[in-house]
Design a protein around this ligand. Structure first.
Ligand code: CP
Length: 305
């Protein structure tokens, strides 16, 4: 395939190939293996219309570790600010011979629009509330690494489900991989309609966490709350904020995940976030390995096309 636009498009085989390739490359991120040159002579550009620390830097490091030249467009100081359209920006970058465009945009479907209009491979680094496929793939890799597989695992995702591209991508993939996914949050931040994707949606956080193998907290996305947040942050953290007491309802070997950045003290208490059950920092390391795997596999596809 030319692009990676969403988990919805990937088969179980494709997901597992990405996870196994990431596993073979993780040593490069941890300094235990030698860097590769499978992208030597190739160029990648990051175009982030929304803020990012992890995703943008992970792609920059992943491309660099594979030998590519990686540049950042710097949307805030680019001609996007003069009104240049997304498609015209893409065509301009295409004309410079760029091989990979890694884009985050506030509009659902933006990555698909770009991919249709450029020769470069497009990787969706988050499009509105639609999908964040590379985040989900690093989540899958972390679960696969820690639990050895997905079949019958109870994965509970707690938080601002309604605005979450991370939740959607995770649901698309985890249900295909055989996990049982439960989504939990207040009625204003959950969507019962997501049950048609094969998961369960509840408002009782203790019931959701009970016997979970994985508990994934999500950030409250204040930037996407049009009419203000209900319940407010204090009420939210009192009822839905995860702490050690609620985590006790999960299985004894349960793991805590979060895509980050975390609103400390809102969706997670600092005590729980910094405890041994948390794999949040390892998710970041795995994020570089997964993005290396994605770039290397897309490159293989381009060479065999
Ligand atoms: N998880 C995630 O996408 O983080 P950033 O917004 O920092 O990229």
């Amino acid at each position: 395939r030319k692009d990676l636009l969403g988990i919805r498009d990937l088969s179980v085989n494709e997901i597992m190939t990405i996870l196994q390739t990431a596993e073979s490359m993780k040593g490069i991120v941890t300094g235990e293996a030698t860097k590769l040159d499978v992208l030597k002579g190739k160029s990648a550009v990051t175009l982030f219309y929304e803020n990012s620390t992890r995703t943008r830097m992970a792609f920059t490091m992943a491309g660099t570790y594979l030998g590519a030249h990686v540049a950042d467009l710097g949307v805030a100081s680019s001609s996007v600010q003069k009104g240049e359209s997304l498609v015209d920006t893409g065509i301009t970058l295409d004309s410079m011979g760029i091989d990979y465009m890694i884009m985050r945009h506030g509009m659902s479907g933006a990555a698909h629009l770009l991919a249709k209009n450029v020769k470069a491979s497009v990787i969706n680094a988050g499009d509105g509330a639609n999908e964040h496929p590379t985040q989900a793939l690093l989540d899958f890799y972390t679960i696969y690494e820690k639990k050895g597989g997905f079949k019958n695992l109870k994965v509970t995702i707690v938080g601002d489900i309604a605005h979450s591209r991370v939740a959607r991508s995770n649901v698309f993939g985890l249900t295909q991989l055989g996990a049982q996914v439960t989504l939990a949050g207040p009625g204003t931040l959950t969507a019962k309609s997501m049950e048609k994707l094969g998961c369960t949606v509840v408002t009782d956080v203790k019931a959701a966490v009970k016997d979970a193998d994985i508990v994934m907290a999500l950030r409250i996305q204040l930037e996407r709350q049009k009419g203000g947040l209900f319940p407010n942050l204090r009420e939210y953290s009192q009822i839905y904020g995860l702490n050690k007491e609620i985590f006790e309802y999960a299985k004894p070997d349960a793991l805590l995940m979060h895509p980050a950045p975390v609103n400390r003290g809102v969706e997670l208490t600092p005590e729980l976030m910094d405890s041994k059950v948390s794999v949040i920092d390892e998710q970041v390391t795995n994020g570089v390995a997964v993005r290396m795997a994605i770039l290397a596999l897309l490159q293989e596809g381009r060479e065999n096309a």
